[in-house]
Design a protein around this ligand. Structure first.
Ligand code: NAD
Ligand code: MG
Length: 395
């Protein structure tokens, strides 16, 4: 049966890879909706190629740009405008599968809408789950949504876990998320203040969007992934461990009660977890190259060092802090990364912004009971973080 998919954030790295997989299986997927925030010429090219019914752009100016680039190459496509249109698309009755590939908390509302509407939700947009936490998982449960993780580590764990989800608790001792260590794993920590955005975005194993590339360099990406795992697999923090594995071949592991360890391996190519999510529980061609064991020299492991990667600890602290702390940490980090990419602050300041924002706002918010409360807190944390950025930028 053909499934109708909408790809939120189709112009990004995950979005493009999703279209690549869909393109290999036209008998399985019809592209119903695409969305992009910038780069309207790329969005127009995608529309000309995949002829979606709906496209979502951020504002009237973008809509104009988009139509200019599209000319009359895809007359079927309707243009919807603004953040509310993302929500409408994610919950449209025609849509079967939603790929959540927007970056940042901006993806939270459409993800929640897809969850409440009971879609099959392929979640790459980890920040949405980090911010939404228990409220997100409640919407998944109540909406009857099938949530499949796309982040490679969480996909690995999902693939290693027994089908009978109720059996996790009894059989599993803990999980181990692998981390590549990013581009600065071996760099002298005292020189990290000098690194440029270009160096920070040059990931050794993966080609990704700028924000996640910087997060991988600071290891805030792993911090967000620890929080993501806490919610996806309902595990307490002491059962989520992190190990550095520079080759990115083992994508993560599950350690069972009997000390048997299950791991998922593959070449570092996001089309593998994307195809797994799209075809789950089946498995079909993804386009990724095969792992050649004869060419693998070694699989090595290291401990994540707190001095070089101080951000990782913040995730564990935020998970133990009152509800809302993960949303605060995420918002601070989004602001800090954007400031670093604008060259307003140094690479090492990113952690300063995150730490000071978490400390500065501690105890100042009411327990969030709805997504609106979390988004309000997100705004409050962004304003606080922007002040910290300002102070650091003047140094
Ligand atoms: P990207 O920057 O390449 O793409 C982001 C997409 O979101 C683009 O289409 C952009 O137009 C859209 N977007 C940006 N801001 C928006 C806004 N305010 N409103 C609506 N749309 C907006 O990012 P990416 O690397 O594809 O990552 C997307 C998500 O997937 C992130 O949450 C990331 O952490 C996660 N992820 C990515 C990878 C990877 O390999 N790239 C791996 C694992 C998880
Ligand atoms: Mg990951």
């Amino acid at each position: 049966m053909i499934q109708r998919i909408c790809i939120l954030g189709s112009t990004g790295s995950i979005g493009v890879n999703t279209l690549d997989v869909a393109d290999r299986h036209p008998d399985r997927f019809e592209v119903f909706g695409l969305t992009g925030h910038r780069r309207m010429s790329e969005l127009a090219q995608q529309c000309a190629r995949f002829k979606p019914k709906i496209v979502v752009v951020p504002d009237a100016k973008a809509a104009q740009d988009f139509s200019h680039h599209l000319a009359d190459r895809s007359p079927r496509t309707e243009v919807w405008i603004g953040p509310e249109a993302l929500v409408r698309l994610a919950s449209a009755p025609e849509v079967d599968v939603v790929m959540a590939a927007i970056v940042g908390a901006a993806g939270l509302r459409p993800c929640m809408a897809a969850a409440r509407a009971g879609k099959k939700l392929l979640l790459a947009n980890k920040e949405a789950l980090v911010v939404g936490g228990g409220l997100f998982m409640q919407a998944v449960e109540e909406g009857g949504c099938t949530l499949v993780p796309i982040d490679s580590e969480h996909s690995a764990i999902f693939q290693c876990l027994p089908e009978d989800r109720a059996a996790w608790e009894r059989r599993i001792d803990h999980i181990v998320l692998t981390a590549s260590g990013g581009p600065f794993r071996q760099r002298d920590p005292s020189s990290l203040g000098e690194v440029t955005p270009q160096e920070a975005c040059a990931h050794p194993n993966w080609v990704m969007g700028q924000k996640i590339s910087v997060d991988s360099a600071t290891m805030m990406n792993k911090a967000l992934e620890v929080i993501e795992a806490r919610w996806l697999f309902n595990l307490s923090t002491d059962r989520i461990k992190v190990v550095i594995h520079p080759q990115s071949i083992i994508h993560s592991m599950v350690v069972c009660r009997d000390e048997s360890v299950l791991a998922q391996l593959g070449t570092p190519d996001m089309r593998v977890p994307i195809a797994y999510g799209m075809f789950h529980p089946e498995r079909l061609e993804s386009g990724a190259s095969r792992l050649d064991f004869m060419k693998l020299k070694a699989l090595t492991f290291e401990e994540a060092d707190d001095l070089r990667f101080p951000g990782l600890k913040l995730a564990y602290q935020a998970l133990e802090a009152p509800m809302g702390a993960c949303a605060v940490m995420n918002a601070a980090n989004e602001e800090a990364v954007a400031a670093f990419l604008r060259r307003d602050i140094r690479f090492t300041h990113i952690h300063e912004v995150n730490r000071r924002t978490l400390e500065g706002l501690a105890g100042s918010w009411r327990t969030p009971t709805a997504i609106d409360d979390l988004l309000e807190l997100d705004g409050q944390a962004r304003r606080f973080a922007a002040q910290v950025v300002k102070g650091l930028a003047q140094q």
